[in-house]
Design a protein around this ligand. Sequence first.
Ligand code: FAD
Length: 295
Amino acid sequence: MRDVPLADLARWKIGGPAPAYAKAGSEEELRALLAEVGGGPVLVLGRGANVLIADDGPGAAVLQLEGEFAGHELLEGTIRFGAGALISAVVQTARRAGRSGLWILEAVPGTMGGALRMNAGTAEEGIWDRSLWADAMWPDGTTRRVTRGEVRPRYRAIDLETEAIFLRGELEAPPGDPDAVEEEHRRRRESKLRAQVYDQPTCGSTWKNPEPPAPSAWQLVDRVGMRGERRGGAQISAKHANFIVNLGDARAQDVIDLLIETRQRVLHETGIALEPEIQFWGFPDEVLRDVGAAR
Ligand SMILES: Cc1cc2nc3c(=O)[nH]c(=O)nc-3n(C[C@H](O)[C@H](O)[C@H](O)COP(=O)(O)OP(=O)(O)OC[C@H]3O[C@@H](n4cnc5c(N)ncnc54)[C@H](O)[C@@H]3O)c2cc1C
């Protein structure tokens, strides 16, 4: 499909159309789609819970995973999942079965593929700390199994070419005490719902937390007086200063304006260069530089 609007597919409800868009339900379909694009850039969209799409669109073909990529199954001591499976569904299965450890993904929106790419989790632990392996496909259609040792996971990042598309993976999920597992999930969920923003379009934490002992990102945003600031239809949440919300008609440029101003003020007043956690699709290099997104 050509010129497909993406805003409704992304959590922020922001972004222009994709020049080409398709869904892949199997490895063969995915391989065929990649061949059609002929080595050109392809972006995989999960649920858009961590991506800002430019007002003019991402400037590359976009695909989403469905069909055989959307399932997950509980195995002995592990959970195997497709990269298009919802994080919430996988977490729910672990929680109900009394399996340990998946609480690090409690109340994290998006897909397992997005979680693998972002090394999603808590400040202390990411999904790769519990991953046994993941299969990925490269633009030439070849697939390969990658492991924790190879991707060298760190806080909200991994070392793997950005063109690699995760297909599926397997996570440790050992049996635990069911009541203790349930309690851990409940506690973490309640604390996230209390502190963070789930009732407005956002992409979660905008900035990565700087290395301790530096203050956390929300404290820095607060310190420079940006909490509650609004540009166009985008606002730094009054509830959580590291979240930016779309008040209804925000454009990507509004978010960019808030990011640039926040980053400049924090740099000027504290000497700390904030680095965004969110991903950027379709922006020119100078914008990426101004928001601190490394290329
Ligand atoms: C309210 C809220 C709370 C949040 N809390 C947390 C939290 O506690 N911890 C945390 O880590 N994150 C959190 N996030 C951020 C977000 O939920 C995670 O980053 C999540 O993993 C994004 O998944 P997604 O499928 O929506 O990815 P997308 O936003 O669609 O994509 C993000 C990146 O992953 C890539 N990607 C997606 N699928 C694949 C694939 N199959 N193969 C290769 N690359 C892929 C995309 O190309 C893009 O670069 C939160 C977000 C919100 C809105």
